[in-house]
Ligand binder design. Structure first.
Ligand SMILES: [Zn+2]
Length: 442
C-alpha cells in the first residue's frame, strides 16, 4: 500500500513493516570494514522514499564515495518538548551463503519469520520506525516530541563514515535533541516463567591496543636476557589471563537485583550466577558486562629461527566497564610491564544513561499496554552502537527496538549469526509499542 493511494482499510502502525524489512534485506549492504562496503546508497534511497511518505524532507548525506546516510525531521505537536532521535543503521556484517539455510539476502518467509542478514541487526527496527511514521502521516497525527529520523551508514565498522562523521560535521541536524532510541535492546526474555523486556541503558567502552616490545637483537644460539619476543609473550599472557574483578554499575546492579526479586533468589554480589541463569537467552550478554575483558588477538615477531628480533608486536581487544576506563588502562600498563609500549589503535568511552525519566516511563507504559504485567529492566551492552557518537552531543541514547519474542528463540545468538531471522509478529508488536512511545495526536 502507498500513502498516496486512497484506501478504505484502516491504517495500522505495522501496515508496512514486513514489506520495508524485506525490501531492505534484499539490498546487500555488506560492510566489509576498512572503508569497503556496498549497497548503502540504495538502502538510504529506500528509507528516504518512505520518509517522504511520512511527510519528511529527508537529506541524503554522502560522507565519502558510496557512504550514504539519510536524515529527516518531523515536527511534534508539543512546542515545549525536546527533540528525540530515532535512528538505525543500514549496513550489515558479511554473511557466508554456504553456511546459511537460506539466501542471506533473499528475505524469505519461513516459520512465521523473515530470514536474512540484518533481520535483527537492524533492518527490522529500521522498518518498524518507518512503518510507524508513515502510519502517523496517514492518520493525520504527529508525535508529541519533534523527531529526528536518521539511518546511518557504517555502524558495523564503528560509524566512521556514518554517525561519527555526521556528529562531527553536521551536528546541527540533531539540534534540540536530548534523547535517542535505537538498537540493541527492548527485546523480551523469559525470567522465571514471566516475560521481561531489557532496555539498553549502557554500553561498555572499547580499547583496541597495540603492544610493542623492544629488546636487543642477537644470534639465536647465544644466551640472551633482553629478548623482545619473551617480553611480549609474558605481557600478553598476563593481560590475557588477568582475572578482572566483578564490577557493578547502576545498570547491572539494578538488573540483577530486580531479577533476584522476580525469581526469589537472593542476590549475592560475589556470585551472580543464579540471576544470570534466570535471564534466558540474554544470560551470556549480561555476564559479559559484569567485568572488563582483555583478550590478546594477535602476535607478530621474528623472521628466522636463529635470529632474535629487536621488536615484537601484539594486539589486544579490551572492553571496559563505563567509568573505569582510566584506571583500567593504567592497570593494563602495569600488567604489560617494563619495556612494552602501548598505543591505542582505536578507543572510545563507554556510556550509561538513567533508567528513569519521562522517556523510560513512556517505554514502560507502552510495553505494559501491549504486554500487561511484563517486567521492564535495564541492561548494559558489551558492544557499542551509534549511540556512542550521539552521546558526544549530549544525547542520551537508549537501546529500544521492542520485540516480543517467542520463548525458546536464542535471539541474542542471531546478531551477526548464521540464519539471522526475526518473527513477523515480533515486528508487528514493536510497531505498536513505538507508536505508544511517540504519543501521537492530531
Ligand atoms: Zn547493529
Amino acid at each position: 500500500m502507498d500513502a498516496s493511494t486512497p484506501s478504505t482499510a484502516p491504517s495500522t502502525a505495522d501496515a508496512d513493516v514486513v514489506e520495508i524489512c524485506r525490501d531492505l534485506i534484499r539490498i546487500d549492504t555488506t560492510n566489509h570494514g576498512g572503508g569497503r562496503s556496498v549497497g548503502e546508497p540504495e538502502a538510504a534511497e529506500l528509507c528516504a522514499a518512505w520518509m517522504r511518505k511520512a511527510g519528511m524532507e529527508p537529506e541524503l548525506i554522502e560522507s565519502a564515495p558510496g557512504r550514504v546516510s539519510v536524515v529527516g525531521r518531523l515536527e511534534g505537536w508539543d512546542p515545549e518538548a525536546p527533540g528525540l532521535v530515532l535512528h538505525g543503521h543500514t549496513d550489515v556484517v558479511p554473511a557466508e551463503p554456504d553456511e546459511w539455510t537460506v539466501d542471506p539476502f533473499g528475505a524469505e518467509f519461513r516459520d512465521g519469520m523473515i530470514w536474512g542478514r540484518g533481520a535483527v541487526d537492524m533492518k527490522g527496527m529500521d522498518a518498524m520506525i518507518l512503518s510507524v511514521l508513515v502510519h502517523l502521516a496517514r492518520t493525520g497525527r504527529r508525535p508529541r516530541r519533534p523527531v529526528v529520523v536518521a539511518f546511518f551508514s557504517d555502524e558495523e565498522a564503528g560509524g566512521v563514515f556514518g554517525a561519527q562523521w555526521l556528529v562531527a560535521h553536521r551536528p546541527e541536524l540533531f539540534a534540540g535533541c536530548t534523547e535517542a532510541i535505537s538498537e540493541v535492546g527492548g527485546f523480551s526474555t523469559d525470567v522465571a516463567g514471566t516475560r521481561a523486556y531489557l532496555v539498553q541503558t549502557g554500553e561498555k567502552g572499547l580499547a583496541w591496543l597495540n603492544l610493542r616490545a623492544q629488546g636487543a637483537p642477537g644470534h639465536g644460539s647465544a644466551p640472551h636476557t633482553d629478548n623482545a619476543v619473551t617480553r611480549l609473550a609474558g605481557a600478553m599472557e598476563r593481560i590475557g589471563r588477568h582475572p578482572w574483578p566483578l564490577t557493578y554499575t547502576k545498570t547491572t546492579r539494578q538488573l540483577l537485583e530486580e531479577v533476584a526479586e522476580i525469581t526469589g533468589t537472593p542476590f549475592d554480589e560475589r556470585d551472580p550466577t543464579p540471576q544470570l541463569q534466570a535471564l534466558g537467552h540474554a544470560r551470556d550478554w549480561v555476564a559479559g558486562t559484569l567485568r572488563t575483558s582483555s583478550n590478546p588477538t594477535g602476535l607478530t615477531a621474528g623472521y628466522k629461527h636463529n635470529v632474535i628480533p629487536s621488536t615484537a608486536t601484539g594486539t589486544v581487544d579490551v572492553r571496559l566497564i563505563p567509568g573505569e576506563e582510566e584506571q583500567t588502562l593504567a592497570e593494563l600498563a602495569d600488567l604489560a610491564g617494563d619495556g612494552i609500549e602501548i598505543s591505542p589503535e582505536h578507543q572510545d568511552t563507554g556510556l550509561e544513561v538513567p533508567f528513569s525519566g519521562d522517556l523510560v516511563e513512556r517505554m514502560a507504559s507502552a510495553l505494559d499496554a501491549e504486554d500487561p504485567g511484563a517486567h521492564v529492566l535495564p541492561f548494559m551492552l558489551g558492544a557499542g552502537t551509534d549511540n556512542k557518537s550521539l552521546h558526544r552531543l549530549g544525547i542520551a541514547g537508549y537501546g529500544f527496538s521492542p520485540l516480543q519474542l517467542p520463548s525458546g528463540l536464542e535471539f541474542t545468538r542471531l546478531f551477526h549469526g548464521i540464519d539471522e531471522r526475526v518473527p513477523v509478529e515480533s515486528l508487528r508488536f514493536g510497531c505498536r509499542v513505538l507508536e505508544h512511545v511517540l504519543e501521537p495526536r492530531a
